[in-house]
Design a protein around this ligand. Structure first.
Ligand code: CP
Ligand code: NVA
Length: 311
């Protein structure tokens, strides 16, 4: 009997020890290739002779390039397609797609409109499936963010992170991560744009580790890290209502001044400068967003290595 594939679907499903091992591997791999050109293959090449399929139902810059670069650095290869270019886009069942691709590649990364589709793909796939963002979560992003946090501020366990803005897919994965990595998460969002109810239930089980407020100042006060994201995610249709509701949630220098003295700013990008964050914060000394973007490669290399059983 073959063992079930190591899917990377959501942080709440993962073992804390595996997540810690992935993050530690990412830090070690990144350090080992300091000064190397981007295309040079890591000495252990854990993805040698392996191919990753990438399916995109939504736009992407960072996820697309970082997974491609990651596979090259691990010694493997990729096949990339939008769902519109596949029969999937013409209604071929996602389970059938999973079965076909499982005969052709060694792992599948998908960015999907609906989370359920990723779950269905994984159920039918005999190779690992990685969630590259859905309407419900963005787990790869959060590992890059935590790698960035720890590079600048040390272990995240016991520290305080503040999420300001939309209770969206990225926020959801931070809720999942809080339980696994043991950090405190203060969420400030308008009540109407609260996180998904299942995630709020998860948060309430964490006994005070995740707090909710409508007041961004209360959430940010003393925090080690302030994080925000677009007010209008891919697939959201209520653009004008969102911009109005989120206006008091812009991250500016005045808000950042309430954070810890050495507090940092993170944003998964793409950012809408002048909406959820000012230019001054984006380009200021507390912003670590370019490290964060680069760390998508390093974190995902270790996610892939874990999926391939090399961690
Ligand atoms: N942060 C992130 O996932 O960026 P892309 O949408 O460009 O992939
Ligand atoms: N919340 C954003 C993240 C983009 C990386 C979206 O889903 O569009």
């Amino acid at each position: 009997m073959t063992s079930s594939p190591r899917h990377f679907l959501d942080l709440w499903r993962m073992e804390s020890a595996d997540l810690r091992a992935i993050l530690d591997d990412a830090r070690t791999r990144k350090a080992a290739r300091a000064g190397w050109t981007q295309g040079r293959v890591d000495s252990d090449a854990p993805a040698r002779d392996r191919v990753l399929a990438m399916i995109f139902e939504k736009h992407s810059t960072r996820t697309r390039f970082s997974f491609d670069a990651a596979m090259r650095q691990l010694g493997g290869d990729v096949i990339i397609s939008t769902s519109a270019d596949m029969q999937l886009g013409r209604g071929e069942p996602i389970e059938d797609t999973a079965k076909v691709l499982s005969r052709m590649v060694d792992a599948i990364m998908i960015r999907a409109n609906t989370h359920e589709d990723v779950e269905r793909l994984a159920l039918a796939s005999t190779v690992p499936v990685i969630n590259g963002l859905t309407d419900k979560s963005h787990p790869c992003q959060i590992l890059a963010d935590l790698l960035t946090f720890e590079e600048h501020l040390g272990p995240v366990k016991g520290r305080t992170l503040a999420w300001v803005g939309d209770g969206n897919n990225v926020c959801a994965s931070f809720i999942h991560a809080a339980g696994k990595f043991g950090f405190k998460l203060n969420i400030a969002c308008p009540t109407v744009y609260h996180p998904d109810l299942t995630d709020l239930a998860r948060a309430s089980e964490m006994q005070g580790q995740v707090t909710m407020t409508e007041d961004p100042r209360a959430a940010v006060r003393g925090a080690d890290c302030v994080i925000t994201d677009t007010w209008v995610s891919m697939g959201d249709t209520d653009h004008d209502a969102r911009l109005a509701a989120f206006e008091p949630y812009q991250v500016d220098d005045e808000l950042m001044d309430l954070a810890a003295k050495d507090g940092i700013f993170l944003h998964c990008l793409p950012a809408h400068r002048g909406e959820e964050v000012t230019d001054a914060v984006m380009d200021g000394p507390r912003s670590k967003i370019w490290d964060e973007a680069e760390n998508r490669i390093h974190a995902q290399k270790s996610i892939l290595a874990w999926c391939f059983g090399a961690i």
